[in-house]
Write a protein that binds this ligand. Structure first.
Ligand code: ADP
Ligand code: TRP
Length: 325
């Protein structure tokens, strides 16, 4: 099966992105019979990020994260969306098959208008789902692993693809299915709200150890005195610890909370140490790619060639049915 997913380069990946999206996508890519296409949606991130230097850094950080977590680029593909111009070309064709009301009804667009007012919303943000549809249809993807918030975008992709197939009475596009893991909970940030770049409440596991510890020490906790027993089930540090610890480690920490005489500072220190230990290899590989730009660039360029070869075939098919060649 062909798996495809993209991650916007609007920030450095955080623990929520890693546990919610990156690790599951890599797992799927390792299953027998699957071939994965994972890309960096840098064109999409231009809807919110206009600083070129930051964009460059975030693109590298996302690529380095995929590689640090063991994405095998010999059997799979990784590339920058902006380096494969067929994404933008296909998006134009799809623009002409997308009814305005479909875009007007998109939840993500309506949310932005409500928050920022319509004059602050660009046409790029309005047509965002069309570029996303192009990303998916360009590679004949069967399955698209995404978070719950992306369900509507995949439905729109299917609608647009069906409309083209129907118009030309041929199987121009493969209709993709979303893979949404309902069990993956929303990972909380250090303030207890959803961990997100935009809320500034995230944990960046690739930070230098002392900075990482500073962030972890800021995790919100209540004012139960050190000697008293504490409720692990309402505590953010315990929740985060449980996401990455073994069953035995979780049981031990739960016992400590129940017993009392164990402060939130202790729990935070354990969480910090566990992150350093569990992700030691990933942290090392991440640093390697962030400091060896040539290596990273090489992997991305190879990926871009592979991606482009597939994208060109689809574009030829589309150009032929539409009458452009
Ligand atoms: P952010 O909210 O930080 O901007 P994105 O919207 O770019 O994150 O999300 C990229 C991917 O990471 C998506 O697939 C999304 O579902 C997943 N993701 C983001 N935040 C979380 C979270 N707190 N818990 C679980 N998954 C998350
Ligand atoms: N919109 C997705 C997000 O914000 C990112 C994305 C862009 C994507 N193109 C895609 C995801 C194609 C899956 C398939 O998370």
């Amino acid at each position: 099966m062909r798996i495809l997913t993209g991650i916007q380069s609007s920030g450095r990946p955080h623990l929520g992105n890693i546990l919610g999206a990156i690790a599951p996508a890599i797992k799927l890519s390792q299953e027998a019979g699957n071939e994965s296409f994972l890309f960096i949606a840098d064109l999409h991130s231009l809807t919110t990020l206009r600083d070129g230097e930051s964009l460059r850094e975030f693109v590298r950080a996302i690529a380095a994260t995929w590689l640090a977590f063991g994405y095998d680029t010999t059997h799979n593909t990784i590339w920058r969306q902006s380096r494969v111009p067929e994404h933008a070309e296909l998006a134009w064709y799809l623009n002409c098959f997308t009814p305005m009301p479909m875009l007007e009804n998109a939840t993500s667009y309506k949310d932005k208008v409500e928050k920022l007012g319509s004059s602050a919303v660009s046409a790029g943000l309005f047509t965002y789902p069309i570029l996303q549809a192009a990303d998916i249809l360009l590679y004949d993807a069967d399955l698209v692993p995404v978070g719950k918030d992306q369900r509507q975008h995949i439905e729109m992709t299917r609608d647009i693809a069906s409309s083209v197939n129907h118009q030309y009475n041929s199987e121009v596009f493969v209709l993709p299915k979303p893979r949404i893991d309902e069990r993956i909970m929303t990972i909380p940030g250090i303030d207890g709200a959803k961990m997100s770049k935009s809320y500034g409440n995230y944990i960046d596991i690739f930070q230098p150890a002392n900075e990482l510890y500073k962030v972890i020490k800021k995790i919100k906790s209540d004012s139960t005195p050190l000697e008293d027993p504490k409720n692990p089930d309402t505590d953010i540090t315990f929740q985060l610890y449980s996401l990455i610890a073994s069953d035995e480690q979780i049981a031990d920490m739960r016992q400590n909370y129940d017993n009392g005489g164990y402060g939130y500072g202790h729990a935070k220190k354990e969480l910090y140490e566990l992150i350093l230990m569990n992700y030691a290899t990933e942290r090392e590989r991440f640093d390697f790619y962030m400091t060896h730009n040539d290596e990273l660039e090489k992997v991305l360029r190879e990926g871009e060639e592979k991606a482009r070869a597939v994208a060109r075939q689809t574009i030829e098919r589309v150009r032929t049915v539409m009458g452009f060649n």
